[in-house]
Ligand binder design. Structure first.
Ligand SMILES: *[C@@H]1O[C@H](CO)[C@@H](O)[C@H](O)[C@H]1NC(C)=O
Ligand SMILES: *[C@@H]1O[C@H](CO)[C@@H](O)[C@H](O)[C@H]1NC(C)=O
Ligand SMILES: *[C@@H]1O[C@H](CO)[C@@H](O)[C@H](O)[C@H]1NC(C)=O
Ligand SMILES: *[C@@H]1O[C@H](CO)[C@@H](O)[C@H](O)[C@H]1NC(C)=O
Length: 224
């Protein structure tokens, strides 16, 4: 049943529809790669990804100077229900996300108790997080006999810009009801969704779909 659920969820993920639409104003995220000049790369949310891998400048102000980023392809975007998944490269330490590359430019999420050393990209850096601070949005469907029944609520968690563009896709193509993303603190003891509620990570664990009704018993066995 869970398997079916995940298949249904990924079938409504806007990334899959991306190539079918023609919209002039494509959602993009600016990924700053140096804090001493205007060096940046543009992440096109509807692009196929790929392209060159870059190295963040030798800039002592940048928290992740010298790290590799970019090059991840759209078809590599999907992870599993384990934090740390969804990396096409750079997941050299399966029990920690610290010192990993950023294959999609964006940073991974972070969780309470410094899970898998995720405080490396924690709240202290939210203001310079590519795509904006971590946010959450509920996803409900307004149509009957859609793959998700009306009383089920899922949550998308990610940077605010990604969430807004994905939300627009959901509303436009999937008949989801509109709700704005709100700021989300994944480390809060009463967070709407927690580590174990994640059904699926995407984009080097920078984006997640979660349901409070789901609990992954292995979620805290750090290994990915
Ligand atoms: C980085 O910059 C510092 C200071 O400008 C310099 O001392 C160091 O050699 C540089 N490192 C690399 C790997 O280029
Ligand atoms: C992998 O991460 C764990 C947890 O932070 C750390 O103890 C271990 O030393 C790391 N492995 C390597 C090879 O750095
Ligand atoms: C969807 O539901 C409506 C009413 O509940 C029904 O009339 C219609 O046949 C259903 N459509 C499909 C494709 O199941
Ligand atoms: C979370 O808990 C804190 C402290 O117990 C409380 O102040 C806050 O209102 C709670 N937030 C929500 C959304 O319930």
């Amino acid at each position: 049943m869970l398997r079916l659920l995940i298949l249904n969820l990924s079938s409504i993920l806007p990334v899959i529809y991306a190539h079918k639409v023609h919209v002039g104003n494509k959602p993009q995220v600016r990924v700053t790669t140096a804090l001493v000049n205007f060096h940046a790369r543009i992440m096109d949310q509807w692009g196929d990804g790929g392209g060159k891998t870059w190295t963040i400048a030798n800039d002592s102000y940048h928290p992740f100077a010298h790290r590799q980023f970019g090059g991840g392809k759209r078809r590599e975007i999907r992870g599993t229900n384990m934090f740390g998944s969804g990396y096409p490269y750079g997941a050299w330490n399966t029990t920690s996300i610290a010192r990993r590359s950023f294959p999609f430019g964006v940073w991974p999420l972070y969780w309470e108790d410094d899970f898998m050393d995720s405080s490396e990209v924690g709240a202290q850096l939210d203001t310079i997080r590519p795509g904006g601070h971590i946010s959450i949005v509920p996803l409900r469907t307004t149509k009957e006999n859609f793959t998700i029944s009306q009383d089920e609520v899922y949550y998308a968690v990610g940077d605010s810009q990604s969430l807004i563009s994905i939300l627009i896709s959901y509303v436009t193509w999937c008949h989801a009801s509109l709700a704005w993303p709100t700021r989300f603190d994944p480390t809060s003891p009463n967070a709407t969704v927690k580590l174990e509620n994640v059904l699926q990570y995407y984009r080097a664990s920078s984006f997640a779909l979660a349901s409070p009704a789901y609990s992954n018993p292995n979620s805290r066995n750090a290994s990915y």
